[in-house]
Design a protein around this ligand. Structure first.
Ligand code: S3P
Ligand code: PEP
Length: 427
């Protein structure tokens, strides 16, 4: 188990880039694999999760060539050209990999088995299994398909209209991808719009996706055509460095070439509402995704209340928002975020428990957190609990402490942000 150490640094002014977006990198490999023709990807995230996606599609007979650390060439097979894997498909730590693949494999012409690590083994899969079964999918798994391992017997699917009880891009994407092999039209409605990378990228691959408000539909039996994908920097990774500039007063940071998809930019709205000065400059678009730079600085932060439709737009940023809230004046309240309980860890508990070790005043609620600030943080020994975002959040908390913060289990950070510690040291 690797360890990382951070502590107080001097105010800084920096311009950086962060590795490629994880959600978009997964989808570029998957859609490239089920397209016709050769897809080229630049800015790909070589994080453990996306490497799991590559390994799974290689087992399905797809040729995936890493032409550089961040460039990939995928020789598309189309959905019908995928072949039965010779062994179990291992998704590692990646919820996105397993849930989206279930949608693709449900309509295949063979059977396959999916497993992951111990964290994946605790995450609910019935949220995808149930709607897929309504489409005619044949899926078997532990506790009637609630948990891995899952075995999927490829079968004929029919389109459905599904009202999802949760705002989850993984659920929505799995159903839409199954809809590609289904007869008729498949429609997903969700309580509030979740990240829409699937809808945007399917369009870039030539698939017609109809969207209005919280609804997305797709007609079955459409073929994807290969394309070139430029992956923007991951705003969820950028969030840790935006937060770093807020944890070290009088600092300023610019993050260049980062994704600015409005379904992901809740973090910008939150930091602005807390009193930070944030400048966003949208410069280009690739595969339907806006890309640009974000600059942030502040001279004092205030409390905020976060809930409702904002939550899906910043779901992965809540641990780092909690860290920043310890330095904001007043009581920050985060609600409607029960989804955090079914991530790599129960992030409501892990965020609260780890921050408490540093002296934070933070309380867990049924669906969120309450944080009192400003509270001076002190050094201590924290643990990622195998959760990349918890590991990085605690490392950033350390930037405000006199004594060192030691983060055990820092190797988990490889899941989404290879090079995180090296970049942190540059500050
Ligand atoms: O579709 C995706 O790429 C993701 C969707 C989100 O999960 P949910 O769909 O479970 O909300 C997010 O937390 C995860 O990091 C990536
Ligand atoms: C929840 C996450 O990812 P996944 O669901 O793909 O494991 C995350 O990256 O924070």
């Amino acid at each position: 188990m690797s360890t990382l150490t951070s502590n107080r640094i001097k105010p800084f002014r920096k311009t950086i880039t962060v590795p490629g977006d994880k959600s978009i990198s997964h989808r570029a490999i998957m859609f490239g694999s089920i397209a016709e023709g050769i897809t080229t990807i630049e800015g790909f995230l070589p994080g453990a999760d996306c490497l799991s996606t590559i390994a799974c599609f290689e087992k399905l007979g797809v040729q995936v060539e890493r032409t550089s650390a961040t460039s990939v060439r995928v020789v598309g097979k189309s959905i019908n050209g995928l072949r039965q894997p010779a062994s179990i498909l291992d998704v590692g730590n990646s919820g996105t990999t397993i849930r989206l693949m279930m949608g693709i494999l449900a309509g295949a012409s063979f059977s396959s088995t999916l497993v992951g690590d111990s964290s994946i083994g605790k995450r609910p899969m019935d949220r995808v299994v149930n709607p897929l079964r309504q489409m005619g999918a044949v899926i078997d798994g532990k506790e009637d398909g609630r948990y891995t391992p899952l075995t999927i017997e490829g079968s004929f699917l029919q389109g459905i209209t599904y009202q999802s009880p949760v705002s989850s891009a993984q659920v929505k994407s799995a159903i839409l991808l199954a809809g590609l092999s289904a007869s008729g039209t498949t429609t997903v409605l969700e309580p509030a719009v979740s990240r829409d990378h699937t809808e945007r990228m399917l369009s870039a691959f030539g698939v017609q996706v109809n969207r209005q408000f919280n609804e997305a539909s797709i007609k079955g039996e459409q073929q994807l055509s290969a394309t070139h994908v430029t992956v923007p920097g991951d705003i969820s990774s950028a969030a840790f460095f935006l937060a770093a500039a807020l944890m070290v007063p009088s600092s300023m940071i610019t993050i260049e070439k980062v994704g600015l998809n409005p379904t992901r930019t809740g973090i910008i709205d939150v930091f602005r509402a807390m009193g930070a000065e944030v400048t966003v400059d949208e410069q280009q678009e690739s595969s339907g995704e806006p890309i640009g730079s974000i600059t942030i600085t502040s001279d004092g932060l205030k409390r905020i209340e976060i809930g409702g439709e904002l939550i899906p737009r910043l779901i992965d940023e809540i641990p780092i928002i909690a860290v920043v809230a310890t330095q904001a004046k007043g009581k920050t309240i985060i609600r409607d975020a029960a989804e955090l309980k079914v991530k790599e860890t129960n992030r409501i508990s892990t965020t609260a428990n780890e921050l408490r070790k540093l002296g934070a005043q933070i309380e867990e609620t049924e669906d969120g957190l309450i944080i009192e600030g400003p509270t001076p943080l002190q050094g201590g020994i924290c643990d990622s609990h195998g959760d990349h975002r918890i590991g990085m959040a605690m490392a950033i908390a350390g930037l405000a402490t006199e004594e060192a913060v030691v983060v055990n289990g820092a190797d988990a950070i490889q899941v989404s942000f290879p090079g995180f510690y090296e970049l942190l040291k540059q500050l």
